[in-house]
Design a protein around this ligand. Structure first.
Ligand SMILES: Nc1ncnc2c1ncn2[C@@H]1O[C@H](COP(=O)(O)OP(=O)(O)OP(=O)(O)O)[C@@H](O)[C@H]1O
Length: 257
């Protein structure tokens, strides 16, 4: 039987009187895409931060199962081990690529840097891998020596994806990866993410407020409201036949939009 890659048990986190996470539990299996959806302020980003270890919960546990099947308590890990995990098995795609990329380093350098952080040392193979990844995300390889600040928003996001995936992570966290982009750019990026995720067999936890993005990318969905998970299940089932009144409202507001 396949075991979950990541499990969260009874997560709770308060910011003063705000219950950002209220008894949240979930599991993610290898190769699965799970979307976390909900309106603004429902706790999606907080959950992503706690799952990826960048924010600590007041209560509860996040467990990561490594390739040798050993379980690690993410919040009990020493900081250097957690950083090493983020450089190897895990990747993070931020909504704003400028937060993840080094804008003063060439496109190829941005990809190469992540490979070097994982131990790559041979200049020729780092450059050739960077070229492959630029092609993979549909950036003209001739732009390899250009600075990211000469790139469009969509290209920047594709470069961030190349940088993230270059080390072949098993689990990728994505926070509104197509947010803030034009609709046509969004559609192309979603297509690219979908094909990369399926070809590389990636497990993804995707935060989005956009139900259409969840439907396109995710096999399973988790609906949040005021820090609680109100509904979870297969994406098509939840969106075609929502059981919770809040999910019904979310789905119908999209239909009316
Ligand atoms: N560092 C913080 N300090 C105080 N309150 C916070 C902090 N981070 C989040 N919150 C609050 O916790 C709640 C959940 O926020 P969170 O950002 O997780 O929601 P979200 O669903 O991701 O929203 P959005 O879609 O707008 O990003 C909100 O009420 C927010 O104001």
């Amino acid at each position: 039987m396949t075991l979950p890659l990541l499990e969260a048990h009874d997560l709770q986190l308060n910011f003063g009187s705000i219950r950002a996470l209220d008894h949240v539990s979930m599991a993610l299996w290898p190769g699965e895409v799970l979307a976390i959806v909900g309106e603004s302020g429902s706790g999606k980003t907080t959950l992503l931060k706690v799952l990826s270890g960048s924010e600590s919960p007041d209560h509860g546990q996040v467990l990561y199962r490594d390739p040798e099947l050993a379980l690690h308590d993410v919040h009990a890990m020493a900081a250097p081990r957690l950083r090493a995990l983020h450089r190897s098995d895990w990747g993070f795609v931020q909504q704003n690529p400028r937060d993840a990329l080094r804008m003063g380093v060439s496109a190829g350098g941005n990809v190469g840097e992540r490979l070097m952080a994982q131990g790559a040392r041979h200049y020729g193979s780092i450059r050739s891998s960077a070229l492959d990844w630029l092609r993979e995300v549909e950036i003209d390889p001739q732009r390899i020596d250009d600075l990211p600040r000469t790139f469009s928003g969509g290209m920047l996001q594709r470069l961030q994806i190349a940088r993230t995936l270059a080390t072949h992570p098993r689990l990728v966290f994505m926070d509104e990866p197509t947010g803030g982009l034009d609709v046509s750019v969004q559609a192309r990026l979603l297509d690219l993410i979908r094909s990369l995720v399926s070809r590389l067999g990636l497990a993804v936890i995707l935060v989005t407020h956009d139900i259409a993005v969840a439907r396109l990318l995710a096999g399973r969905i988790l609906v949040m409201r005021r820090g609680q998970v109100v509904e979870t299940g297969l994406t098509d089932q939840v969106l075609d036949d929502p059981q919770h009144p809040y999910t019904q409202l979310l789905v119908s507001s999209v239909l009316q939009a």
